[in-house]
Structures are given as C-alpha cells and as structure tokens.
Write a protein that binds this ligand. Structure first.
Ligand SMILES: [Zn+2]
Length: 236
C-alpha cells in the first residue's frame, strides 16, 4: 500500500537489540497467523470483506494488555466493536473534543452499526484506577493522561466517601474499577442515541468486571446491586 507522503514513522529511541526483538516477534506473529491460523478464518474474513461488518456488541474495556475482549469472550472477527481506552472510562455526552473519542465510537456503534448490546468491562488491578486514586502521581509530563483520568473524578470522590474504611489498597482499587463501570453505564444514558435505542427496546447495557488472575467475569445485577458471577444462561 503506497501513500503520497514519506514520513519518518519510527525513531529507534530504545536500544536497537530490544527494538529488534519485539518488532521481530510481531512480524513473526503476522507471518505465523497468515500461514497457520488464517486458514480457519479465510471464509469468514472473505465474507466480512464482501458484506461489511455487522458486530452485535460494542465492548468498551481498558487498554490494559491483559484484557483482551475477543479472547475472554471467545468472539470471532466481526462479532465485537471494541473500544479500548485507559481505564475503560465512558465520559458523559456533554464532554466534547479530543477527550471524548469514545463518544464517537458509541454514536457510530449505536446509530450506524445498530449494535444490540453495550458492555462496559472493567478489570482487577487497573493501573488507570490506581492513577485515579493517586497511587501513581500525575505529572506535567502526562497532561493528557491527567485530563483523561479527571473525567472519572466522581469515581474518586465516591471511593473516598464510601470505601475509606477499607484498609486493603488492592480491594479499594478493585472497588474503584467496579464503581467506574457503573459510572460508565450511567454516562451511557446521557447519549441521545443510546436513550433512543433504549426507548425503542433495541439496546441493552451491561456492566462487567474481569478478574485477571482467574479470568472470571462478573456482571452487575441491578436488583441486588452487586457484581455476580456471569451465569451461563444470562436472562437479561
Ligand atoms: Zn485498566
């Protein structure tokens, strides 16, 4: 694929041997996929290239490298429209501009792709939540990160108010991640396109929590107001 402009795409600021190792691994993975795994998906990819995508679910989760939406749900290409951002934060609809690219994905998924479900999936040991709670101090070197995390300031306030008695820092961290999922669900209601689809009965919202160590998934149950183990037969 040739483009009109020549650009310096990468600057090798890491030691050359390290650079070579990691990128070489990616390149080998690409070739291995084409050689081994692609055969199982050839028909599906061909169909998706002909028909376009028709994902059933918008899956909003954290950029964390340990949280892989397709892997943990065993989804196939074309199944999920995935948004990964730092801390799986869903900003309110009135936040516009560069801090709300997630909103663009929500609007596209709901109005153009007509997804039937939106999952907001937080996870244990979330570095973004640690940053929010002050475990990783924000500096002037990370202005975008600071501003992005500030969108979830209500979660910080809530954790400080309701969970101050919990001594364990890791327990508080996971509670913050769970509360951040509920914050995201609340904010989804602020999007007119989401409101319309909910009113028509064509959209459902789900709050999930992924425990990294055991790969367990928990779903928020509005009746008991708890995250309960995700049942095989989900009734909602
Ligand atoms: Zn995270």
């Amino acid at each position: 694929m040739r483009t009109g402009k020549q650009r310096l795409l990468v600057r090798p600021v890491v030691p050359a041997f390290r650079w070579a190792n990691h990128v070489q691994k990616l390149i080998e993975g690409v070739h291995q996929f084409r050689k081994d795994a692609f055969g199982n998906y050839r028909t599906l990819f061909h169909k998706l290239s002909q028909d376009g995508q028709n994902p059933h679910t918008l899956f909003i989760t954290c950029s964390d490298s340990r949280v892989l939406a397709e892997l943990i749900t065993q989804s196939k290409p074309g199944d999920l429209f995935v948004v990964k951002n730092v801390g799986n934060i869903v900003p309110p609809a009135n936040v516009t501009g560069s801090t709300n690219s997630t909103a663009a994905a929500i609007e596209f998924a709901v109005t153009a792709l007509h997804v039937s479900d939106i999952v907001v999936c937080g996870h244990s040991q979330c570095g973004a939540m640690a940053g929010l709670l002050g475990a990783s101090p924000m500096t002037d070197a990370t202005p975008h990160l600071r501003d992005w995390l500030s969108l979830a300031a209500p979660v910080f306030d809530l954790v400080a108010r309701q969970y101050a008695h919990i001594a364990s820092a890791s327990a508080r961290l996971d509670l913050a991640a769970a509360e951040n999922v509920l914050f995201g669900l609340d904010n989804l209601y602020s999007y007119p396109c989401v409101q319309d689809a909910l009113a028509r009965g064509t959209l459902r919202l789900h709050g999930w929590f992924f425990k990294i160590a055991t790969a367990e998934l928990f779903a928020y149950d509005p009746e008991t107001r708890q995250f309960l183990p995700l049942l095989k037969e989900n009734k909602d």
